[in-house]
Design a protein around this ligand. Structure first.
Ligand SMILES: [Zn+2]
Length: 609
């Protein structure tokens, strides 16, 4: 199991670099074996559940044990965007101490042929080794264990050329091995096994005919594993959606990460249906039904977090397309502090949500993060003494401390009906997914008037137009003025990857385009991500909100009562110190949180109408 002298050697190294203190070293030495057992059991349980295999093995490394303690550095900063003594921090330090090169492994950058042909999957897994570069004289391999000289000697003997090891993260190597040896192997196996007696699954017509033929079995092990790899890959990369799209010749697997789609795999067409069937089976959908769109959901877990997946299928010209939406509570349910509010706006928003009655509106287009704001808000105010009811279309995430109701228009259970119903359930807080018709607007205001806190969303561009939208929907101005607590308009922008952020400048023209005055021919310093392995070369990692927070003041209340136009209400709020979405974005740009392009795109009003 654990090599104690090696564990002690690494700990000494960390103490020497003042990353840990002696007490922490002792702590790890004492609790290490126990911790190792937990890590192994967790990893094995996860693999067993997801792979559906009983026999799985996992060897825990000394680096993993230390990293699992999640220590903060004893002295100084780690840099490179790291805050904890992580696997990366420890591995880099070991590489430095041993005079080895540290290398980031990105599955996307690796050469598939080289990786799969350099040596077999079982060997790669056993020795945690992966081929990364090859010249006629030399083979460069990424290894996780620098002390495993046996494996290197074996490779050298077998390859008859110089083998140069570079140190890499164990997690990255294992992921790449799964990716290449596992995933592509399962694809190959599935394709080989089933391609012989199947016609091209080219179009819908052929799909119907196929029903009578033997089809790829969705419970077939390679397919089960392939789906497992894709799901885990998606979770590891914080993807919000997984698309499996049939094309004429092949099928694409694409992931949406931070709002942008990336193509990560191309599948042989013959495997496509089996993958779709596996996903449909997991989501308890009718596998035989391929002509009609279907919806389903299932749950799985990743790093001890339960993740809900919502699957939907539609028939397309080239076959069935599946989109899996990933509902990661770590994304949907956040602390309000982590949503991207500046302190002043956070305090204003907190004062809204701690009101006991009234109406709070969150506005913005689709994909602006309203749902996350709503859930995070309800989560913040939830306590056992409050009855929180939500009306949603559809329910985005199931949370046991809320009473959630799904709107079902097809049977006539619309927002209006749902609100009437829920009011009989003695609610304290009511979340209404969206106000888009007069009836819902009336009931929302009515509920707020009768002593409930109502939180809802509207599809408007900024905070002040939410007010005119409601009066357009027939809400009496004096009623609205008396119930409205506050309005928040929001957008999402991508955050600059902390691992590759560097200084950059924007020109005066660019500054003027954003409406930043007084540049006077000088360039303005900002930040940009140059792209690295941890952001898939995009320069961005994660997203943050821009918020226009409008509290109600006596003057604004009067403007609403008087039926003043949105721009007058907005001007009044700006006089009170409200930041527009654009100004909020510029402030984030100045702080190096996001880029010029993101702020411009997210607050380009023309585009939004
Ligand atoms: Zn980066």
């Amino acid at each position: 199991m654990i090599n104690h002298s090696r564990l002690a050697w690494i700990l000494d190294l960390l103490v020497e670099h003042k990353l840990l203190h002696a007490g922490q070293k002792t702590d790890v030495l004492n609790r290490g074996p126990e911790q190792a057992r937990h890590i192994m059991l967790d990893k094995r349980a996860e693999m067993r559940r997801l792979l559906g295999k009983q026999r799985v093995s996992y060897t825990v490394s000394e680096v993993e044990i230390i990293a699992s303690f999640r220590f903060r550095p004893f002295e100084g900063e780690l840099g490179d965007g790291e805050s904890l003594i992580s696997e990366r921090v420890i591995t880099k330090l070991i590489a430095e101490e041993l005079g080895m090169t540290f290398r980031e492994i990105d599955p996307i950058q690796l050469d598939y042929k080289l990786v799969t042909e350099a040596f077999g999957g079982p060997f790669a897994e056993r020795h945690m080794i992966i081929a990364v570069d090859e010249t006629p004289e030399e083979l460069t391999v990424g290894i996780a264990d620098p002390w495993n000289t046996d494996a290197l000697a074996q490779v050298e003997r077998f390859k008859r050329k110089r083998v140069t090891p570079v140190l890499a993260l164990k997690s990255a190597i294992l992921q790449a091995i799964a990716e290449f040896h596992g995933f592509r192997r399962s694809m190959k196996a599935a394709a080989k096994e089933f391609s012989s007696d199947l016609p091209d699954l080219g179009n819908l017509e052929q799909l119907y005919k196929l029903q009578s033929l033997s089809e790829i079995d969705a419970t077939d092990q390679p397919v089960v594993q392939a789906v497992w790899y894709i799901l885990n890959y998606a979770f590891d990369h914080r993807a919000s959606d997984i698309h499996v799209e049939p094309k004429r010749e092949e099928s694409f697997v694409r992931l949406r990460i931070d709002g942008v789609l990336h193509t990560i795999h191309r599948l042989p067409k013959v495997v496509h249906n089996a993958m779709i069937s596996r996903l449909k089976m997991l989501a308890r959908m009718d596998i035989a039904e391929r002509r009609r769109p279907q919806d389903g959901r299932f749950k799985t877990s990743h790093n001890k977090q339960e993740i809900e997946l919502r699957v939907s299928t539609v028939p397309t010209a080239f076959g069935e397309k599946v989109v899996v939406r990933v509902f990661d509570p770590g994304v949907l349910l956040q602390d309000l502090e982590n949503l991207g509010f500046f302190r002043k706006e956070l305090l204003a928003f907190q004062s809204f949500i701690h009101a006991s009655t009234g109406l709070i509106l969150v506005t913005g287009p689709t994909g602006s993060g309203k749902t996350t704001t709503l859930y995070s808000t309800l989560h913040t105010i939830s306590n056992p003494r409050l009855n929180i009811c939500t009306l949603e279309d559809p329910i985005e995430m199931v949370h046991e401390s809320f009473n959630q109701m799904a709107i079902q228009r097809q049977i006539g259970f619309d927002y209006g009906q749902a609100i009437r119903h829920v009011l009989r359930q003695d609610p304290d807080v009511i979340m209404i997914g969206e106000i888009r018709d007069a009836e819902t607007a009336q009931y929302a205001v009515q509920a707020a008037l009768t002593g409930h806190l109502v939180i809802s969303t509207l599809h408007t561009n900024d905070s002040s137009s939410a007010i005119t939208r409601l009066t357009d929907l027939g809400v009496e101005r004096y009623l609205l003025a008396s119930v409205l607590v506050g309005v928040v308009a929001q957008r999402l922008v991508r955050k600059i990857c902390p691992h590759c952020a560097e200084n950059d400048w924007i020109s005066e023209e660019q500054a003027l385009a954003l409406g930043i005055p007084g540049a006077d021919g000088r360039k303005l310093m900002v930040k940009t991500g140059k792209g690295c392995v941890r952001c898939r070369g995009t320069g961005y990692r994660g997203r943050t909100g821009l918020y226009e927070v409008m509290p109600m003041t006596p003057r604004i209340t009067r403007l609403i009562q008087d039926g003043s136009p949105a721009q007058d209400i907005k001007r009044e709020s700006l006089n009170d110190g409200m930041l527009t979405l654009r100004d909020y974005g510029i402030k984030k740009l100045g702080r190096g949180e996001t880029t010029y392009e993101e702020v411009l795109a997210a607050t380009d009003e023309v585009k939004l109408y």
